[in-house]
Write a protein that binds this ligand. Structure first.
Ligand SMILES: C[S@@+](CC[C@H](N)C(=O)[O-])C[C@H]1O[C@@H](n2cnc3c(N)ncnc32)[C@H](O)[C@@H]1O
Length: 312
């Protein structure tokens, strides 16, 4: 097993990458990050006349993620060292690669249905911040495009209850063309008469005659290949968003692979993550909404959340 003491991260990566070519799981011994606190990556620590380069657990988890590995629970080896193990992710397990009938790609039988974004703290906290920024408790009508099985409404319900705000006073409408996901969403909210779900194509939203809303949420949906992003976005703002309303859009900047959330947007024609489309689309929305007198922020890591609030 490799033991790393004062090797640079560059050198360590060369060794680990080579090891991963022939092994599914690798282990190596390093300085225990708990040995010393308030220390930055790269600081040299002297222990018993031996030099160690310090790195935090965050650095090791980032490395695992960058190399498409999961990190296993470290084992304490000596007073000041631990053994870290990386296990290669099965990249072919990614649901992004699954070719289903388009409406059921995200259905209840899909790998996507196993994912709950609300359990990923970075995504959850960014979404909650967005909900707080738009003052969700003050809204009367909320529309969600691409609601899938209702997760984004479940969180709002829990959040309002925690703050003793009345969920029932707000009308919620969720749209998704995936019938199995909508059926599940309806079941989850069967006791809430203020929540309605429609299995419908966003391309034909007008057919539903929904009127205007004071909050529109759409996460991981409008960039779908079956939707003309700019046109759909402008249509929604013009036809369904109140002039003094708010908007929360979530742009995926991650991939879900074999149980892990991996940072970086997947772009067509690139084997690595590439964010040009994300930046282009997010900036198009930001500029458009600013012209219409909205204050717009972009926040988050695995999902970039665009939050727009009216300044009229
Ligand atoms: C990546 S999922 C995101 C779901 C959910 N908002 C989330 O972030 O977990 C995209 C969702 O949009 C739905 N969708 C994609 N294109 C659609 C369209 N044209 N009309 C209605 N729903 C659509 C899919 O069925 C799916 O549920």
């Amino acid at each position: 097993m490799n033991k790393f003491t004062n090797e640079t991260m560059y050198q360590i990566i060369q060794i680990i990458e080579l090891d991963l070519l022939s092994k599914e799981k690798i282990s190596f011994e390093v300085l225990n990050p708990d040995f010393i606190s308030s220390t930055y990556a790269g600081q040299v620590i002297n222990i018993d006349n031996e030099k160690f380069i310090y790195r935090s657990y965050k650095a090791w988890t980032d490395l695992a993620s960058k190399l498409f590995c999961r990190i296993l629970t470290p084992i304490k080896k000596t007073e000041h060292s631990i053994i870290i193990s990386f296990e290669k992710l099965k990249v072919e397990e990614s649901f992004h690669k699954i070719k289903e009938k388009k409406e059921e790609k995200y259905g209840i039988e899909s790998t996507f249905s196993l994912i709950n974004k609300n359990e990923e703290p970075e995504v959850l906290l960014t979404y909650l911040q967005a909900l707080n920024n738009v003052k969700i408790e003050s809204k009367k009508r909320v529309l969600n495009l691409g609601i899938n099985s209702g997760e984004e409404f479940e969180l709002i319900k829990e959040h309002l209850a925690k703050h003793l705000e009345d969920f029932e006073n707000i009308e919620f409408v969720g749209i998704d063309y995936c019938e199995s996901a909508i059926t599940l969403a309806q079941k989850k909210f069967e006791k809430n008469t203020n929540v309605n779900f429609y299995s419908h194509d966003i391309n034909n939203l007008e057919e539903l005659n929904l009127g205007e809303f004071d909050l529109i949420i759409s996460i991981g949906t409008l960039q779908s290949s079956n939707l003309d992003f700019n046109k759909i976005f402008m249509d929604i703002v013009q036809k369904n968003l109140k002039k003094d309303g708010s908007m929360i859009l979530g742009f995926p900047n991650c991939r879900w692979i074999d149980g892990e959330i991996i940072y970086g947007a997947k772009a067509p024609n690139y084997s690595y993550s590439e964010m040009s489309i994300l930046y282009k689309d997010a900036f198009f929305c930001k500029k458009y909404l600013q012209q219409k007198k909205f204050r717009v922020t972009l926040t988050g890591k695995y999902y970039i959340f665009l939050t727009a609030t009216s300044i009229r």
